[in-house]
Design a binder for this molecule. Structure first.
Ligand SMILES: Nc1ncnc2c1ncn2[C@@H]1O[C@H](COP(=O)(O)OP(=O)(O)OP(=O)(O)O)[C@@H](O)[C@H]1O
Ligand SMILES: [Mg+2]
Length: 242
């Protein structure tokens, strides 16, 4: 297993947000974690990327293994630079006063593999032609969907081979959503990118991922192949509108 989450319990102050969740992601997989508002999806990603308290959650039981080694003592920058795991965060966190190009460049600051960096720019612009068209534009003037693409582009530009995506479909019109997921699929199939996707849009996520887990108020209540979950009466009832 590439990533193994083992009985993870995390707290914000005294409040426990994850009550002992376990799941795995293997190399080359697209795995989705679906769940409603407040289920603990963002918390899970922020725990993996080691966002420190007070904003980040505090692990008080369980472990996170990457290639069999615990990463709980790692710093956020080590997760990106050493493990090559990058987060495209909820709410995007891009630099609005910088251009698209400058935002992408900033994400490469710790890299020295110049040739690969140039390839990655081409990759991002090929996946998201809109970003290429708008590369000189200030990011704050991009549409919400384009900003989402930029957040994913920045995660790619860190040199990651494992992407954590926090609701990339959020607020996107159907056409942009389709473009986003087509790009992500290509990234997985052609570039071998491993993807952990968290989503409220269960239908979309399960059509796209190989496997999934259902997170309900800090607990994993169901898991299976995407097809199994799409066919599951519980998932249909709670997440697919009957
Ligand atoms: N920084 C924080 N401090 C205190 N509590 C927090 C913090 N961040 C999240 N929580 C709480 O932890 C729980 C899980 O939140 P989380 O953001 O992980 O949910 P989510 O599944 O990502 O929801 P959404 O779909 O709305 O983004 C919620 O009850 C939330 O109020
Ligand atoms: Mg969230």
């Amino acid at each position: 297993m590439l990533l193994e989450i083992k009985n993870l319990k995390v707290k914000y102050g005294n409040i426990e947000a994850l009550h002992g969740i376990s799941f795995t992601v293997d190399q080359g997989e697209i795995v989705t974690l679906i769940g409603a508002n407040g289920a603990g999806k963002t918390t899970t990603l922020n725990t993996i990327t080691r966002v420190p308290p007070p904003e980040g959650p505090k692990v008080w039981e369980g472990d996170i293994l990457y290639k069999g080694q615990s990463i709980l003592s790692m710093e956020p920058h080590e997760v990106v630079q050493k493990l090559k795991i990058a987060l495209a965060p909820e709410g995007r966190h891009i630099f609005g006063n910088l251009s698209v190009e400058e935002n992408l460049k900033l994400a490469t600051y710790a890299r020295t593999d110049e040739a690969k960096i140039q390839e990655d720019y081409k990759l991002v612009y090929r996946l998201f032609p809109r970003l290429y068209e708008r590369r000189k534009q200030r990011s704050e003037s991009l549409s919400g969907g384009e900003q989402q693409m930029l957040a994913v582009g920045r995660a790619i530009m860190t040199g990651a081979n494992f992407l954590l995506l926090d609701e990339p479909s959020m607020g996107l019109a159907p056409l942009l959503m389709y473009e986003m997921f087509k790009a992500l699929k290509e990234l997985n199939q052609k570039e071998g990118m491993t993807i952990l996707l968290i989503e409220q849009n269960a239908k979309l996520a399960l059509e796209f991922a190989h496997r999934g887990y259902v997170l309900d108020t800090g607990e994993i209540v169901l898991s299976g192949s995407s097809q199994e979950l799409l066919n599951s009466p519980e998932v249909k009832k709670a997440y697919l509108g009957g």
